[in-house]
Design a protein around this ligand. Structure first.
Ligand code: ZN
Length: 213
């Protein structure tokens, strides 16, 4: 397991002191009692430790810098000036309202302006923003904006489809519902033909989505 920093840098630049591992595990014990169970019983004895470790995984995006990640770009593209699209990037996130899982797919496209970025970096970019507490709208905008700022392409298109467990396992209990969000920048925003082209490359959002719910 990678050792996280003592402090995590939160988006609005507030530095929040990180609690100790023991404090985090104690908080899980409190929630177990809140649920109505006994944290001292055999089956639950190691649960706080496991939950703290799981949190390191679920929220690993706080310790990664999305801008740094995209810094290495390639200029040798031999005049390639068509859309680059990475489709069906599966992600696992957690909603910031209920800490319930959001499972879905992201489609990230850009129209290069001289520079391109390794495609695995696009998937990593999605992961860094997904592995935080977020809402889908925010995550969609963050991915698009960061790609736009760092790569300075002619346009960026991000479409995300997500199934929100806070809607399926609680609240309104509506399984089978997926939310689709998008953010279009540059030519994808201003040129309807280019926008149609990228949307047809992505395909119908929701079309291959049944497996998640
Ligand atoms: Zn929620």
């Amino acid at each position: 397991m990678t050792q996280r920093k003592t402090f995590s840098l939160i988006e609005d630049k507030h530095i929040v002191p990180r609690p100790t591992r023991a404090e985090a595990e104690e908080a899980v014990r409190v929630l177990l009692r809140w649920a109505g169970d006994d944290p001292g019983r055999e089956g639950l004895i190691d649960t706080p430790e496991r939950v703290a470790s799981a949190f390191d995984e679920y929220f690993s995006g706080y310790s990664a810098d999305p801008v740094d990640l995209l810094k290495r770009t390639f200029e040798e593209v031999d005049g390639y000036d068509e859309i680059v699209l990475l489709r069906d990037i599966r992600f696992e996130s957690h909603c910031e309202h209920h800490m319930a899982p959001i499972i879905g797919k992201a489609h990230v496209a850009y129209l290069p302006h001289r520079r391109v970025v390794g495609i695995s970096k696009l998937a990593r970019l999605v992961e860094v923003y997904a592995k935080r507490l977020t809402i889908q709208e925010k995550m969609t905008a963050q991915i698009a904006n960061t790609l736009d700022e760092v790569l300075r392409p002619k346009g960026v298109a991000v479409v995300i489809e997500g199934a929100h467990q806070c809607m399926t396992t609680r609240g309104v209990h509506k399984p089978g519902v997926s939310m689709v969000t998008s953010r279009m920048l540059g030519v994808f925003r201003t040129n309807p033909t280019t926008r149609r082209e990228v949307l047809s490359m992505i395909g119908t959002p929701g079309g291959a989505f049944g497996e998640h719910v």
